[in-house]
Design a protein around this ligand. Structure first.
Ligand code: NAP
Length: 499
Protein backbone atom coordinates (compact mmCIF):
# COMPACT_ATOMS: atom_id res chain seq x y z
CA UNK A 1 0.00 0.00 0.00
CA UNK A 2 1.21 3.51 -0.79
CA UNK A 3 3.01 5.30 1.99
CA UNK A 4 1.60 8.79 2.53
CA UNK A 5 3.91 11.40 3.98
CA UNK A 6 2.03 12.87 6.88
CA UNK A 7 2.56 16.21 8.56
CA UNK A 8 2.30 15.60 12.30
CA UNK A 9 2.20 18.11 15.12
CA UNK A 10 3.11 17.00 18.63
CA UNK A 11 2.08 19.29 21.47
CA UNK A 12 4.48 19.38 24.40
CA UNK A 13 8.13 18.38 24.82
CA UNK A 14 7.88 16.56 28.11
CA UNK A 15 8.54 12.86 28.56
CA UNK A 16 5.67 11.83 26.24
CA UNK A 17 6.32 14.44 23.54
CA UNK A 18 10.00 13.50 23.36
CA UNK A 19 8.96 9.86 23.06
CA UNK A 20 6.64 10.74 20.17
CA UNK A 21 9.49 12.61 18.46
CA UNK A 22 11.89 9.68 18.84
CA UNK A 23 9.34 7.19 17.56
CA UNK A 24 8.28 9.33 14.60
CA UNK A 25 11.89 9.76 13.60
CA UNK A 26 12.44 6.01 13.97
CA UNK A 27 9.42 5.37 11.69
CA UNK A 28 10.94 7.62 9.02
CA UNK A 29 8.45 10.45 9.49
CA UNK A 30 10.39 13.61 8.73
CA UNK A 31 7.58 16.08 8.51
CA UNK A 32 6.76 16.64 12.16
CA UNK A 33 7.18 19.39 14.68
CA UNK A 34 6.91 19.50 18.45
CA UNK A 35 5.53 22.73 19.86
CA UNK A 36 6.65 23.52 23.39
CA UNK A 37 5.35 26.54 25.27
CA UNK A 38 8.44 26.80 27.48
CA UNK A 39 12.07 27.29 26.53
CA UNK A 40 13.27 23.82 27.54
CA UNK A 41 12.14 20.21 27.36
CA UNK A 42 11.19 18.20 30.44
CA UNK A 43 7.57 19.00 31.29
CA UNK A 44 6.89 18.28 34.93
CA UNK A 45 10.60 17.85 35.64
CA UNK A 46 11.33 21.27 34.20
CA UNK A 47 8.51 22.96 36.10
CA UNK A 48 9.05 21.30 39.48
CA UNK A 49 12.34 22.34 41.03
CA UNK A 50 11.41 22.25 44.71
CA UNK A 51 14.01 21.07 47.26
CA UNK A 52 13.86 17.30 47.65
CA UNK A 53 12.23 16.72 44.24
CA UNK A 54 12.48 12.98 43.62
CA UNK A 55 10.52 10.41 41.66
CA UNK A 56 9.21 7.51 43.71
CA UNK A 57 9.56 5.06 40.81
CA UNK A 58 12.89 3.17 41.06
CA UNK A 59 15.31 5.05 38.84
CA UNK A 60 16.21 2.25 36.42
CA UNK A 61 12.51 1.78 35.73
CA UNK A 62 12.05 5.49 35.17
CA UNK A 63 13.57 5.55 31.68
CA UNK A 64 12.46 4.72 28.18
CA UNK A 65 12.92 0.99 27.66
CA UNK A 66 15.21 1.67 24.69
CA UNK A 67 17.42 4.16 26.55
CA UNK A 68 18.41 2.95 29.99
CA UNK A 69 20.50 5.20 32.17
CA UNK A 70 23.40 3.48 33.94
CA UNK A 71 24.34 6.70 35.69
CA UNK A 72 21.53 7.22 38.23
CA UNK A 73 23.01 8.24 41.56
CA UNK A 74 20.46 6.44 43.72
CA UNK A 75 17.56 4.00 43.85
CA UNK A 76 15.04 6.86 43.60
CA UNK A 77 15.95 9.33 40.86
CA UNK A 78 16.40 12.97 41.93
CA UNK A 79 14.45 15.52 39.85
CA UNK A 80 17.52 17.29 38.36
CA UNK A 81 18.93 13.94 37.14
CA UNK A 82 15.60 13.13 35.48
CA UNK A 83 15.58 16.52 33.78
CA UNK A 84 19.16 15.93 32.56
CA UNK A 85 18.18 12.44 31.32
CA UNK A 86 15.37 13.88 29.16
CA UNK A 87 17.56 16.66 27.82
CA UNK A 88 20.36 14.21 26.96
CA UNK A 89 18.00 11.68 25.40
CA UNK A 90 16.32 14.35 23.34
CA UNK A 91 19.70 15.46 21.99
CA UNK A 92 20.98 11.93 21.45
CA UNK A 93 17.97 10.98 19.31
CA UNK A 94 18.09 14.21 17.33
CA UNK A 95 14.66 15.31 18.46
CA UNK A 96 15.70 18.76 19.67
CA UNK A 97 15.92 20.05 16.10
CA UNK A 98 12.23 19.31 15.66
CA UNK A 99 11.12 21.29 18.69
CA UNK A 100 9.89 24.86 18.43
CA UNK A 101 10.34 26.35 21.87
CA UNK A 102 8.32 29.25 23.30
CA UNK A 103 5.43 28.35 21.03
CA UNK A 104 2.06 27.80 22.65
CA UNK A 105 -0.87 26.52 20.67
CA UNK A 106 -3.99 28.55 21.17
CA UNK A 107 -6.45 26.62 19.06
CA UNK A 108 -6.77 23.63 16.77
CA UNK A 109 -9.60 23.14 14.32
CA UNK A 110 -10.31 20.19 12.07
CA UNK A 111 -11.30 21.61 8.70
CA UNK A 112 -11.22 20.13 5.19
CA UNK A 113 -9.68 16.94 6.52
CA UNK A 114 -6.76 18.53 8.33
CA UNK A 115 -5.92 20.19 11.64
CA UNK A 116 -5.44 23.95 11.47
CA UNK A 117 -3.43 25.25 14.39
CA UNK A 118 -3.17 28.78 15.63
CA UNK A 119 -0.21 29.64 17.82
CA UNK A 120 -0.06 32.44 20.36
CA UNK A 121 2.92 33.93 18.53
CA UNK A 122 0.67 34.48 15.52
CA UNK A 123 2.17 31.57 13.56
CA UNK A 124 -0.09 28.95 12.00
CA UNK A 125 0.37 25.35 11.02
CA UNK A 126 -1.63 22.68 9.23
CA UNK A 127 -1.27 19.01 10.07
CA UNK A 128 -2.70 15.64 9.14
CA UNK A 129 -2.51 14.43 12.72
CA UNK A 130 -2.01 15.91 16.16
CA UNK A 131 -0.50 14.14 19.14
CA UNK A 132 -1.31 15.87 22.42
CA UNK A 133 1.41 15.12 24.95
CA UNK A 134 0.52 17.95 27.27
CA UNK A 135 0.81 16.21 30.63
CA UNK A 136 -1.67 15.77 33.42
CA UNK A 137 -0.65 17.28 36.75
CA UNK A 138 0.61 20.67 35.64
CA UNK A 139 -2.01 23.30 36.40
CA UNK A 140 -1.44 24.28 40.06
CA UNK A 141 -4.43 23.99 42.36
CA UNK A 142 -4.34 26.97 44.69
CA UNK A 143 -6.24 26.77 47.97
CA UNK A 144 -8.96 29.23 48.79
CA UNK A 145 -7.53 30.52 52.06
CA UNK A 146 -8.63 33.92 53.32
CA UNK A 147 -5.92 36.58 53.39
CA UNK A 148 -3.45 34.79 51.08
CA UNK A 149 -2.65 38.08 49.31
CA UNK A 150 -1.92 39.85 52.57
CA UNK A 151 1.15 37.76 53.48
CA UNK A 152 4.27 39.93 53.76
CA UNK A 153 6.74 37.12 53.18
CA UNK A 154 7.15 34.92 50.10
CA UNK A 155 4.27 32.67 49.12
CA UNK A 156 4.37 30.34 46.12
CA UNK A 157 3.08 27.04 44.78
CA UNK A 158 5.48 24.09 45.00
CA UNK A 159 5.73 23.93 41.20
CA UNK A 160 6.67 27.63 40.98
CA UNK A 161 9.53 27.56 43.48
CA UNK A 162 11.16 30.96 43.92
CA UNK A 163 14.88 30.17 44.05
CA UNK A 164 15.78 33.82 44.59
CA UNK A 165 14.73 33.43 48.22
CA UNK A 166 17.34 31.95 50.55
CA UNK A 167 16.01 29.27 52.88
CA UNK A 168 18.69 29.08 55.54
CA UNK A 169 17.56 30.53 58.81
CA UNK A 170 14.01 31.10 57.56
CA UNK A 171 10.68 30.05 59.11
CA UNK A 172 8.86 28.06 56.45
CA UNK A 173 5.30 26.76 56.41
CA UNK A 174 4.40 23.99 53.97
CA UNK A 175 0.70 23.40 53.31
CA UNK A 176 -0.13 19.96 51.90
CA UNK A 177 0.70 16.35 52.64
CA UNK A 178 0.88 14.80 49.21
CA UNK A 179 4.13 13.40 47.77
CA UNK A 180 5.30 16.96 47.14
CA UNK A 181 4.78 18.36 50.64
CA UNK A 182 6.39 15.30 52.21
CA UNK A 183 9.47 15.56 49.98
CA UNK A 184 9.88 19.27 50.76
CA UNK A 185 9.66 18.69 54.52
CA UNK A 186 12.23 15.88 54.28
CA UNK A 187 14.61 18.12 52.35
CA UNK A 188 14.31 21.25 54.48
CA UNK A 189 14.16 19.93 58.04
CA UNK A 190 17.41 21.05 59.57
CA UNK A 191 18.11 23.68 56.89
CA UNK A 192 15.41 26.12 57.88
CA UNK A 193 15.25 27.77 61.31
CA UNK A 194 11.75 26.30 61.53
CA UNK A 195 9.75 24.17 59.15
CA UNK A 196 6.05 23.70 59.89
CA UNK A 197 4.00 21.10 58.07
CA UNK A 198 0.29 21.95 57.85
CA UNK A 199 -1.44 18.59 57.60
CA UNK A 200 -5.16 18.51 56.97
CA UNK A 201 -5.25 14.77 56.27
CA UNK A 202 -2.43 12.57 57.60
CA UNK A 203 -1.14 10.23 54.93
CA UNK A 204 0.02 6.65 54.79
CA UNK A 205 3.79 6.61 54.37
CA UNK A 206 5.37 3.59 52.72
CA UNK A 207 9.02 3.14 53.73
CA UNK A 208 11.54 2.89 50.94
CA UNK A 209 15.32 2.65 51.04
CA UNK A 210 16.85 5.27 48.80
CA UNK A 211 20.23 3.56 48.51
CA UNK A 212 22.92 5.35 46.49
CA UNK A 213 24.52 3.45 43.58
CA UNK A 214 28.27 3.17 44.01
CA UNK A 215 30.67 4.22 41.25
CA UNK A 216 31.52 0.52 40.84
CA UNK A 217 27.85 -0.35 40.24
CA UNK A 218 27.42 2.48 37.77
CA UNK A 219 30.53 1.41 35.95
CA UNK A 220 29.24 -2.17 35.72
CA UNK A 221 25.90 -0.93 34.37
CA UNK A 222 27.72 1.21 31.80
CA UNK A 223 29.86 -1.63 30.54
CA UNK A 224 27.27 -4.37 30.73
CA UNK A 225 23.66 -3.45 29.90
CA UNK A 226 22.64 -7.03 30.70
CA UNK A 227 23.81 -6.53 34.29
CA UNK A 228 21.58 -3.49 34.50
CA UNK A 229 18.57 -5.43 33.21
CA UNK A 230 19.39 -8.21 35.68
CA UNK A 231 19.58 -5.73 38.58
CA UNK A 232 16.20 -4.36 37.54
CA UNK A 233 14.68 -7.83 37.67
CA UNK A 234 15.80 -8.30 41.27
CA UNK A 235 13.90 -5.14 42.23
CA UNK A 236 10.65 -6.99 41.39
CA UNK A 237 9.11 -3.69 40.50
CA UNK A 238 6.40 -5.15 38.28
CA UNK A 239 5.28 -7.43 41.12
CA UNK A 240 5.05 -4.39 43.32
CA UNK A 241 3.02 -2.49 40.69
CA UNK A 242 0.69 -5.49 40.39
CA UNK A 243 0.23 -5.76 44.11
CA UNK A 244 -0.41 -2.00 44.36
CA UNK A 245 -2.99 -2.21 41.58
CA UNK A 246 -4.75 -5.14 43.19
CA UNK A 247 -5.32 -2.95 46.22
CA UNK A 248 -6.71 -0.18 44.03
CA UNK A 249 -9.08 -2.55 42.26
CA UNK A 250 -9.79 -4.32 45.59
CA UNK A 251 -9.18 -7.72 44.02
CA UNK A 252 -6.73 -8.83 46.65
CA UNK A 253 -7.47 -7.90 50.22
CA UNK A 254 -4.34 -9.74 51.41
CA UNK A 255 -2.28 -7.29 49.35
CA UNK A 256 -4.22 -4.44 50.96
CA UNK A 257 -3.32 -5.80 54.38
CA UNK A 258 0.35 -6.06 53.40
CA UNK A 259 0.54 -2.40 52.33
CA UNK A 260 -1.38 -1.28 55.41
CA UNK A 261 0.75 -3.36 57.82
CA UNK A 262 3.98 -2.10 56.26
CA UNK A 263 2.89 1.53 56.56
CA UNK A 264 1.65 1.00 60.11
CA UNK A 265 4.91 -0.66 61.18
CA UNK A 266 6.74 2.28 59.64
CA UNK A 267 4.69 4.71 61.73
CA UNK A 268 5.01 2.70 64.95
CA UNK A 269 8.74 2.07 64.56
CA UNK A 270 9.68 5.56 63.39
CA UNK A 271 7.74 7.96 65.59
CA UNK A 272 8.65 7.83 69.26
CA UNK A 273 6.24 10.36 70.76
CA UNK A 274 2.81 8.72 71.13
CA UNK A 275 0.97 12.03 70.82
CA UNK A 276 2.75 12.90 67.55
CA UNK A 277 2.24 9.34 66.33
CA UNK A 278 -1.52 9.66 66.78
CA UNK A 279 -1.57 12.95 64.91
CA UNK A 280 0.29 11.30 62.03
CA UNK A 281 -2.01 8.24 61.95
CA UNK A 282 -4.24 8.23 58.84
CA UNK A 283 -7.93 7.42 59.25
CA UNK A 284 -8.59 6.31 55.67
CA UNK A 285 -7.84 3.11 53.77
CA UNK A 286 -4.29 2.95 52.37
CA UNK A 287 -4.09 3.85 48.64
CA UNK A 288 -7.45 5.64 48.81
CA UNK A 289 -5.25 8.68 48.21
CA UNK A 290 -2.01 8.37 46.24
CA UNK A 291 0.35 6.44 48.53
CA UNK A 292 3.45 8.27 49.64
CA UNK A 293 6.82 6.60 49.44
CA UNK A 294 9.39 8.19 51.69
CA UNK A 295 12.65 7.06 53.24
CA UNK A 296 12.83 9.88 55.76
CA UNK A 297 9.65 11.89 56.33
CA UNK A 298 9.01 10.59 59.84
CA UNK A 299 12.60 11.38 60.83
CA UNK A 300 12.29 14.85 59.30
CA UNK A 301 9.07 15.78 61.07
CA UNK A 302 10.67 14.83 64.40
CA UNK A 303 13.63 17.16 63.82
CA UNK A 304 13.90 19.74 66.65
CA UNK A 305 13.35 22.54 64.12
CA UNK A 306 10.33 20.90 62.49
CA UNK A 307 6.72 20.89 63.65
CA UNK A 308 3.54 19.18 62.58
CA UNK A 309 0.54 21.50 62.62
CA UNK A 310 -2.68 19.51 62.81
CA UNK A 311 -4.90 22.44 63.71
CA UNK A 312 -6.73 23.64 60.61
CA UNK A 313 -5.89 26.94 58.95
CA UNK A 314 -8.19 29.86 59.76
CA UNK A 315 -6.54 32.42 57.49
CA UNK A 316 -3.26 33.84 56.29
CA UNK A 317 -2.20 37.17 57.79
CA UNK A 318 0.69 39.52 56.94
CA UNK A 319 2.91 37.80 59.55
CA UNK A 320 1.99 34.18 58.94
CA UNK A 321 -0.72 31.55 59.33
CA UNK A 322 -3.50 31.85 61.93
CA UNK A 323 -4.86 28.45 62.93
CA UNK A 324 -8.38 27.77 64.23
CA UNK A 325 -7.15 27.62 67.83
CA UNK A 326 -6.31 31.33 67.50
CA UNK A 327 -2.52 30.84 67.34
CA UNK A 328 -0.52 32.96 64.91
CA UNK A 329 2.39 31.02 63.37
CA UNK A 330 4.89 33.65 62.29
CA UNK A 331 6.55 32.70 58.99
CA UNK A 332 8.90 34.07 56.33
CA UNK A 333 7.89 31.69 53.54
CA UNK A 334 4.67 29.80 52.79
CA UNK A 335 4.79 26.95 50.27
CA UNK A 336 1.52 25.74 48.78
CA UNK A 337 2.10 22.03 48.14
CA UNK A 338 -1.59 21.80 47.39
CA UNK A 339 -1.47 19.77 44.20
CA UNK A 340 -2.78 20.24 40.71
CA UNK A 341 -6.02 20.45 38.74
CA UNK A 342 -6.06 17.02 37.13
CA UNK A 343 -8.81 17.75 34.60
CA UNK A 344 -7.07 20.30 32.37
CA UNK A 345 -4.95 18.22 29.97
CA UNK A 346 -4.57 20.29 26.75
CA UNK A 347 -6.78 23.09 28.01
CA UNK A 348 -6.95 26.10 27.77
CA UNK A 349 -6.39 25.27 24.07
CA UNK A 350 -9.62 25.63 22.07
CA UNK A 351 -10.04 22.42 20.11
CA UNK A 352 -12.77 21.97 17.52
CA UNK A 353 -13.43 18.72 15.72
CA UNK A 354 -15.83 17.79 12.95
CA UNK A 355 -19.23 19.50 12.65
CA UNK A 356 -18.13 22.25 15.04
CA UNK A 357 -17.94 19.89 18.05
CA UNK A 358 -15.68 21.44 20.66
CA UNK A 359 -13.56 19.75 23.30
CA UNK A 360 -15.37 21.81 25.93
CA UNK A 361 -18.71 20.39 24.83
CA UNK A 362 -17.41 16.80 24.74
CA UNK A 363 -15.87 17.29 28.17
CA UNK A 364 -18.75 19.30 29.65
CA UNK A 365 -19.38 16.63 32.29
CA UNK A 366 -15.86 15.30 32.64
CA UNK A 367 -12.75 14.75 30.50
CA UNK A 368 -13.11 11.50 28.61
CA UNK A 369 -11.46 9.62 25.79
CA UNK A 370 -11.79 6.11 24.43
CA UNK A 371 -8.98 4.14 26.09
CA UNK A 372 -7.50 7.54 27.05
CA UNK A 373 -6.38 8.00 23.45
CA UNK A 374 -9.05 8.98 20.96
CA UNK A 375 -12.31 10.97 20.91
CA UNK A 376 -15.25 10.82 18.49
CA UNK A 377 -15.46 13.86 16.19
CA UNK A 378 -11.73 14.51 16.68
CA UNK A 379 -10.17 12.53 13.83
CA UNK A 380 -6.41 12.06 13.87
CA UNK A 381 -6.14 13.72 17.27
CA UNK A 382 -4.52 11.31 19.71
CA UNK A 383 -3.40 11.71 23.29
CA UNK A 384 -0.51 10.38 25.31
CA UNK A 385 -1.47 10.32 28.98
CA UNK A 386 -4.95 11.53 28.15
CA UNK A 387 -7.96 11.37 30.50
CA UNK A 388 -8.71 8.08 32.28
CA UNK A 389 -5.28 6.64 31.64
CA UNK A 390 -3.35 4.95 34.45
CA UNK A 391 -1.75 8.13 35.78
CA UNK A 392 -0.73 7.57 39.37
CA UNK A 393 -1.07 3.77 39.11
CA UNK A 394 1.74 2.53 36.86
CA UNK A 395 5.06 4.09 35.82
CA UNK A 396 4.26 6.92 33.45
CA UNK A 397 7.00 6.31 30.87
CA UNK A 398 5.96 2.70 30.47
CA UNK A 399 2.35 3.83 30.00
CA UNK A 400 3.38 6.30 27.29
CA UNK A 401 5.39 3.67 25.42
CA UNK A 402 2.42 1.30 25.34
CA UNK A 403 0.15 4.13 24.25
CA UNK A 404 2.57 5.08 21.49
CA UNK A 405 2.58 1.51 20.20
CA UNK A 406 -1.22 1.78 19.94
CA UNK A 407 -1.30 5.27 18.40
CA UNK A 408 1.29 4.22 15.84
CA UNK A 409 -1.16 1.63 14.55
CA UNK A 410 -3.80 4.35 14.10
CA UNK A 411 -1.27 6.52 12.27
CA UNK A 412 -0.39 3.55 10.09
CA UNK A 413 -3.94 3.59 8.69
CA UNK A 414 -3.30 7.16 7.58
CA UNK A 415 0.20 6.52 6.32
CA UNK A 416 -0.98 3.65 4.15
CA UNK A 417 -3.85 5.80 2.86
CA UNK A 418 -6.49 3.39 4.12
CA UNK A 419 -8.40 6.42 5.34
CA UNK A 420 -8.03 10.17 5.68
CA UNK A 421 -9.29 10.32 9.21
CA UNK A 422 -9.71 7.97 12.13
CA UNK A 423 -11.24 8.36 15.57
CA UNK A 424 -13.11 6.29 18.10
CA UNK A 425 -16.84 6.10 17.42
CA UNK A 426 -19.32 7.77 19.76
CA UNK A 427 -20.71 4.34 20.61
CA UNK A 428 -17.28 2.98 21.50
CA UNK A 429 -16.59 5.90 23.81
CA UNK A 430 -20.02 5.56 25.46
CA UNK A 431 -19.49 1.83 26.03
CA UNK A 432 -15.99 2.44 27.35
CA UNK A 433 -17.24 5.17 29.71
CA UNK A 434 -19.98 2.92 31.04
CA UNK A 435 -17.52 0.11 31.75
CA UNK A 436 -14.92 2.45 33.14
CA UNK A 437 -17.28 4.21 35.55
CA UNK A 438 -18.70 0.88 36.73
CA UNK A 439 -15.16 -0.35 37.46
CA UNK A 440 -14.12 3.01 38.96
CA UNK A 441 -16.90 2.70 41.55
CA UNK A 442 -15.33 -0.53 42.77
CA UNK A 443 -11.88 0.97 43.33
CA UNK A 444 -10.50 1.98 46.70
CA UNK A 445 -10.45 5.60 45.45
CA UNK A 446 -14.28 5.49 45.43
CA UNK A 447 -15.12 2.91 48.10
CA UNK A 448 -12.52 4.31 50.51
CA UNK A 449 -14.48 7.54 50.61
CA UNK A 450 -11.59 9.98 50.74
CA UNK A 451 -11.02 13.17 48.81
CA UNK A 452 -8.19 13.09 46.29
CA UNK A 453 -7.14 14.33 42.87
CA UNK A 454 -8.23 10.94 41.49
CA UNK A 455 -11.88 12.03 41.79
CA UNK A 456 -13.62 14.15 39.17
CA UNK A 457 -16.11 16.92 39.93
CA UNK A 458 -18.85 14.31 40.44
CA UNK A 459 -16.73 12.17 42.73
CA UNK A 460 -15.98 9.46 40.14
CA UNK A 461 -12.35 8.28 40.03
CA UNK A 462 -10.84 9.39 36.76
CA UNK A 463 -7.78 7.13 36.57
CA UNK A 464 -7.64 3.75 34.85
CA UNK A 465 -9.66 1.42 37.13
CA UNK A 466 -8.25 -1.92 35.92
CA UNK A 467 -4.97 -3.73 36.37
CA UNK A 468 -1.69 -3.41 34.51
CA UNK A 469 -2.23 -6.56 32.41
CA UNK A 470 -5.56 -5.22 31.21
CA UNK A 471 -3.90 -1.95 30.17
CA UNK A 472 -1.05 -3.69 28.35
CA UNK A 473 -3.47 -6.00 26.59
CA UNK A 474 -5.74 -3.11 25.48
CA UNK A 475 -2.73 -1.26 24.08
CA UNK A 476 -1.55 -4.22 21.99
CA UNK A 477 -3.86 -3.66 19.05
CA UNK A 478 -6.90 -1.45 18.43
CA UNK A 479 -10.33 -3.05 18.19
CA UNK A 480 -10.91 -1.66 14.73
CA UNK A 481 -14.67 -2.00 14.98
CA UNK A 482 -14.56 0.68 17.68
CA UNK A 483 -13.16 3.18 15.17
CA UNK A 484 -14.68 5.31 12.45
CA UNK A 485 -12.60 5.63 9.34
CA UNK A 486 -13.14 8.50 6.94
CA UNK A 487 -12.55 7.66 3.28
CA UNK A 488 -9.19 8.58 1.82
CA UNK A 489 -9.56 11.76 -0.27
CA UNK A 490 -7.83 12.43 -3.53
CA UNK A 491 -5.91 15.47 -2.42
CA UNK A 492 -2.59 16.91 -3.28
CA UNK A 493 0.22 16.30 -0.88
CA UNK A 494 1.68 19.67 -0.03
CA UNK A 495 4.55 20.56 2.21
CA UNK A 496 3.36 22.52 5.20
CA UNK A 497 5.29 24.23 7.84
CA UNK A 498 4.68 26.90 10.41
CA UNK A 499 4.35 30.29 8.79
P1 NAP B 1 -1.71 16.19 46.22
O1 NAP B 1 -1.33 14.78 46.35
O2 NAP B 1 -2.94 16.53 45.49
O3 NAP B 1 -1.74 16.78 47.68
C1 NAP B 1 -2.26 18.07 47.95
C2 NAP B 1 -2.21 18.30 49.43
O4 NAP B 1 -2.64 19.62 49.69
C3 NAP B 1 -3.12 17.38 50.24
O5 NAP B 1 -2.46 17.00 51.41
C4 NAP B 1 -4.31 18.29 50.57
O6 NAP B 1 -4.97 17.95 51.75
C5 NAP B 1 -3.59 19.60 50.76
N1 NAP B 1 -4.45 20.77 50.64
C6 NAP B 1 -5.09 21.22 49.54
N2 NAP B 1 -5.79 22.33 49.85
C7 NAP B 1 -5.58 22.58 51.16
C8 NAP B 1 -6.04 23.57 52.08
N3 NAP B 1 -6.87 24.54 51.67
N4 NAP B 1 -5.64 23.50 53.37
C9 NAP B 1 -4.82 22.51 53.76
N5 NAP B 1 -4.35 21.54 52.96
C10 NAP B 1 -4.74 21.57 51.67
O7 NAP B 1 -0.53 17.06 45.52
P2 NAP B 1 1.03 16.76 45.33
O8 NAP B 1 1.66 16.41 46.61
O9 NAP B 1 1.61 17.88 44.56
O10 NAP B 1 1.05 15.46 44.47
C11 NAP B 1 0.23 15.34 43.32
C12 NAP B 1 0.62 14.10 42.58
O11 NAP B 1 1.81 14.38 41.86
C13 NAP B 1 0.97 12.91 43.45
O12 NAP B 1 -0.12 12.22 43.91
C14 NAP B 1 1.81 12.12 42.50
O13 NAP B 1 1.00 11.40 41.61
C15 NAP B 1 2.55 13.20 41.76
N6 NAP B 1 3.85 13.38 42.41
C16 NAP B 1 4.68 12.34 42.31
C17 NAP B 1 5.89 12.43 42.89
C18 NAP B 1 6.75 11.25 42.73
O14 NAP B 1 7.64 11.07 43.50
N7 NAP B 1 6.49 10.40 41.72
C19 NAP B 1 6.31 13.55 43.58
C20 NAP B 1 5.44 14.60 43.68
C21 NAP B 1 4.20 14.50 43.09
P3 NAP B 1 -6.18 16.87 51.77
O15 NAP B 1 -5.53 15.53 51.59
O16 NAP B 1 -6.80 17.06 53.09
O17 NAP B 1 -7.09 17.25 50.63
Amino acid sequence: MANQQLRIVVIGAGMAGILAGIKLREAGVDDFVIYEKADRVGGTWRENTYPGLTCDTPSHHYTYTFERNPGWSSFLPPGPEIQAYFEDTCRKYGVEDSIRFNEEIESAEYRDGRWHLQLKSGAQDVADAVIAATGVLHHPSLPDIEGMDSFRGALFHSSRWDHSIPLAGKRIGVIGTGSTGVQIISALAGTAALIEHYVRTPQWIMPVENTPYSEAQRSTFRQDPAALEEAMKTEEYLASVNSYTQVITRENMAAAQFWKDTCLQNLEASVADPELRERLRPDHEPLCKRLIFSPDYYQAIQHPQAALVSESIERIEPEGIRTRDGQLHELDIIVLATGFKPDQFMRPMQITGTNGVTLESLWAQRPKAYLAISMPDFPNFFMLNGPNGPVGNFPLIDIAEHQWHYIDQLLQKLRTAQCSGICASAGALARFEERRIEAAKKTVWFVGGCKSWYLDAEGIPSSWPWDYECFVSEMREPHWSDYELMPAPQREQAAHSAT
